[in-house]
Design a protein around this ligand. Structure first.
Ligand SMILES: Nc1ncnc2c1ncn2[C@@H]1O[C@H](COP(=O)(O)OP(=O)(O)OP(=O)(O)O)[C@@H](O)[C@H]1O
Ligand SMILES: [Mg+2]
Length: 346
């Protein structure tokens, strides 16, 4: 038996070609909300028959007791990876094991060892909060009497001790997410999977959830969480895998990843049109480390961000162009992601 909690070897997943959008080999474009509320193009990798390549050969180990993050933009393959590891999605190639058990051949053993918090809370709305946990425990063979006290203890741990008799619909989004965590833990799994657990939560609810996750990690549990929030991955995870278009781009501790980020502050100047004509002038400004165009965005790295902004605005206005947005980011997981993919994460 392996001492790794999770092993992925050359893991692949193909989904059939979307019927409406069958295309020749290449990319199927889709649009997701961008950081400034605009639309940012993302692309799914496709195969010869137009099938979507959701995972394109992922190799990954998660150690026992580790808090592991899968960080990537919409469509990166995060939910597909979690789906395969939790036996809900069949892989198209390669292998995935949880505590040495193959997720396809040994699915029952895998399910006994894992708890799953899905991307969207899916409690049984016909049952109250406490009953949701008992019902789930019964599925794993625990009697009501055996699981009742544990259910109350778990509800107290996630801050729902007073809500045991409430209907699910009386809970807020954050409370429902915490109920999902309690439910995922009722059969005492060794590995907890959470798919984007804090999406849609207000900052206070997010911080409350972070505290719960830190406590669970402190108890020695292995936690695998997907997120597209860099701060979340940075603050919570022992190690982070950066995925994009079904490929693993980097995997390391957040501090080590940040050290791999390009030096200097990333300065992005959004212009009123194509940024390419300004690249040469930007490269010529004092101290500039690099400058390139990505559509309307002039993307530069400079050791002193504020100084560079002033110079770049001068260059832009001098060329008779307008600036519509400015974004600065010091070396971080964000600047690493941009340097690896040429795109922003959110
Ligand atoms: N059931 C499905 N049928 C067809 N294509 C799918 C299916 N599920 C996912 N895909 C495609 O596979 C790719 C990876 O999707 P996945 O849901 O794993 O990404 P994700 O990283 O979880 O994204 P998000 O951040 O939006 O949740 C996407 O191109 C998506 O459109
Ligand atoms: Mg997802």
């Amino acid at each position: 038996m392996s001492d790794q909690a999770i092993e992925l070897r050359a893991l692949r997943k193909l989904y059939p070609a979307p019927r409406q959008r069958r295309k020749r080999r290449g990319f199927v474009p889709s649009f997701t909300p961008g950081a400034a509320g605009g639309l940012q193009a993302t692309a799914s990798k496709t195969g010869p028959a137009g099938e979507i390549i959701a995972l394109d050969g992922i190799d990954l180990d998660v150690h026992e007791g580790e808090f592991f993050g899968l960080l990537g933009p919409n469509g990166a393959g995060k939910t597909t990876t979690i789906g395969i590891l939790t036996t809900r999605v069949l892989p198209s190639g390669g292998e995935a094991r949880v505590h040495g058990h193959d997720v396809v051949r040994d699915a029952v053993r895998v399910r006994q060892r894992i708890g799953v918090v899905p991307q969207r809370p899916n409690p049984d709305r016909g049952l109250n909060v406490h009953e949701n946990l008992l019902f789930h425990a019964a599925y794993f063979g625990y009697s009501r009497s055996a699981s009742s006290a544990r259910a109350h203890a778990l509800l107290a741990q996630v801050g729902l001790g007073e809500r045991a008799e409430s209907k699910v619909d009386e809970l807020s989004g954050g409370q429902q997410q915490r109920l999902m965590i309690a439910r995922a833990l009722i059969h005492e799994p060794r590995v907890l999977f959470l798919d984007e657990p804090t999406v849609g939560l207000d900052p206070q609810a997010r911080l409350a959830l972070w505290e719960i996750l830190r406590t669970l990690h402190g108890e020695g549990r292995t936690i695998v969480m997907t997120t597209h929030y860099m701060e979340e991955a940075d603050r919570l995870c022992d190690r982070v895998a950066i995925v994009d278009q079904g490929t693993l781009l980097a995997c390391d501790a957040p501090e080590a990843l940040k050290r791999k980020a390009p030096g200097g502050t990333l300065i992005e100047i959004t212009l009123d049109g194509d940024a390419a004509p300004l690249v040469a002038a930007a490269r010529g400004t004092d101290g500039m480390l690099s400058a390139e165009a990505a559509g309307n965005v002039l993307r530069c790295y400079h050791p002193r961000g504020g100084e560079a902004v002033a110079m770049l605005i001068g260059v832009t206005l001098g060329a008779g162009r307008q600036v519509t947005n400015i974004h600065l980011a010091p070396p971080s997981l964000e600047t690493l992601f941009v340097s690896l993919t040429g795109r922003k994460l959110d």
